[in-house]
Design a protein. Structure first.
Ligand code: HEM
Length: 188
């Protein structure tokens, strides 16, 4: 698989991250109050705060913390020649000024990780983790991921978390969730 260098894309993504839509998949029903024990709660939970990138909108603090990490991680991946070749569809769109795929990926990844950490108000309705990472079912995935690719993805996620000053104990917990998905994402 061809590796890609997308330095100009980073600047574009920087702009894009400021323009991300606040729309998310909000669950129809309200959850029972949680006892503050999930990772999502530790990240800020359901407390509503002003969304810094969408004037007038509110966002759960836990989701905002996760979205910040995801968006930083997408930046890191875009510049990471070890794995950015898997994201050629996305990056060529962004290069042309089409941010729709970027917005969708940010939303989907944020919602997925929110749910995986215990969020109740957001429901992931994207592709299954298998189908999302099989080029046969997701043409946006350029080639299957190897174990080395997965390791690179994890290190980029840690870098994204560190950029947002996420405490190391939380990064460790996030790492365990991500690691549990390795055999589904790596299909070769
Ligand atoms: C546990 C780790 C991972 C998680 C939780 C994850 C999650 C996701 C999610 C939620 C999507 C969106 C699916 C949809 O559009 O419905 C996605 C898409 C994608 N993932 Fe992953 N992923 C992981 C690891 C990886 C790795 C290791 C690679 C390759 C290095 C990768 C490459 C991609 C690509 C190329 C797409 C399509 C991006 C686009 O929409 O243009 N992912 N992933």
């Amino acid at each position: 698989m061809k590796k890609a260098t997308f330095l100009p894309v980073i600047a574009i993504i920087a702009i894009a991250s400021l323009m991300l839509s606040a729309c998310s998949k909000k669950a129809a029903s309200n959850p029972a109050p949680t006892m503050g024990t999930t990772l999502y709660d530790t990240l800020g939970g359901t407390t509503l705060v002003a969304d810094p990138t969408h004037q007038g909108a509110m966002i759960e603090k836990g989701r905002l913390a996760i979205r910040n990490v995801i968006d930083s991680t997408i930046f890191v991946i875009a510049a990471d020649s070890r794995i950015n070749g898997h994201f050629t569809v996305l990056l060529s769109e962004v290069t042309k000024g089409d941010l729709s795929g970027f917005t969708d990926l940010s939303e989907n990844l944020t919602t997925f990780v929110s749910g995986a950490t215990g969020a109740k108000d957001y429901i992931y309705i994207g592709l299954s983790m298998h189908d999302a990472h099989d080029p046969a079912t997701n043409p946006r995935m350029n080639g299957k991921a190897t174990n080395a690719d997965f390791d690179a993805f994890v290190s980029d996620l840690v870098a994204g978390a560190n950029k947002n000053k996420v405490p190391s104990a939380i990064i460790t917990s996030l790492g365990k969730i991500v690691e549990s998905l390795r055999t589904t994402v790596v299909q070769m």
